[in-house]
Design a protein. Structure first.
Length: 273
């Protein structure tokens, strides 16, 4: 039989290790915030949201894709200009919350004088905070005066990813979908087309893209194949922000309704009202 005193000692040791783990997680979070140059945000205007645990989670996938760092929460920090909010990143945030336990936060940087209330609450109302170590991924959005969205994943190495399309690709990769070379190329092509032609192009370019989308959506339910990809997310958001949605042809209109039937899209639509 196991000595009761030995069992008590083991239990005490496990409790101490648990507390050390929680302390390390808290210190890691503080150190990351101190080391980032965005630490000068206006702390008087913060809304933090802790999303509910999703129905299905798979921490092993994140460890495989992002690397395992014991006792540290993986953090994504995005800077975005409130004058042109990156809607695709908000849709992807909602989708990620359905898959993982996300610690979400919205901050206002000191370079921005004011931010609409709906953008401050773009991740929902404030919820009860859980211990930091219980989450799988940190997702922080900082409204800041920047020319284009910027994302930092590893605060220590400080290698930012710029551009809404590139950040959207990174975030969508966290779902772990695998595509062949042709499909991956088509998805990338549609993302670039949505950003550089549909969102930033001339009226002639936008018209050409809508015709191409209409032709593609006449063959498949989504832009690439029969399942939602990052191409659909970025293209839908570009249409919404450019005001081209009403002029879209029949197949595109049907596709847009399919997108809007999904909760992450319909919640973002409220920001446009």
């Amino acid at each position: 039989e196991v000595d009761p005193s030995l069992q008590a000692l083991e239990s005490r040791q496990e409790e101490i290790l648990k507390r050390l783990y929680e302390l390390k997680s808290a210190v890691d979070g503080l150190s990351k915030m101190i080391q980032t140059p965005d630490a000068d945000f206006d702390v008087t205007n913060i809304i933090q949201t802790d999303e509910c645990s999703p129905l299905t989670t798979n921490g092993a996938d994140l460890d495989l894709m992002l690397g395992k760092d014991y006792g540290a929460l993986k953090d994504i920090v995005i800077n975005a200009n409130p004058s042109l909010p990156p809607l695709s990143l908000l849709v992807l945030h909602s989708l990620l919350c359905e898959r993982y336990r996300i610690l979400s936060a919205v901050h206002t940087h000191s370079s921005v004088k004011s931010v609409p209330e709906k953008l401050l609450k773009c991740f929902g109302e404030q919820a009860k905070k859980q211990p930091r170590h219980e989450y799988q991924l940190g997702f922080t959005l900082i409204w800041k005066d920047v020319p284009k969205p910027q994302m930092k994943f590893s605060i220590q190495t400080m290698c930012p990813i710029e551009g809404e399309g590139n950040i959207a690709r990174f975030l969508f990769s966290l779902f772990g979908q695998k595509y062949n070379a042709v499909t991956s190329t088509l998805i990338d092509s549609w993302v670039d087309t949505a950003i550089f032609q549909l969102k930033e192009g001339s009226s002639k370019e936008k018209g050409a893209v809508l015709r191409s989308m209409n032709a593609a959506l006449g063959k498949t339910s989504w832009l690439v194949g029969n399942e939602l990809t990052v191409a659909d997310i970025v293209a839908w958001c570009a249409l919404q922000q450019t005001g081209s949605a009403n002029a879209a042809p029949a197949n595109v209109q049907k596709w847009m309704k399919s997108c809007e039937n999904l909760a992450p899209f319909s919640s973002v639509m409220k920001l446009l009202q």
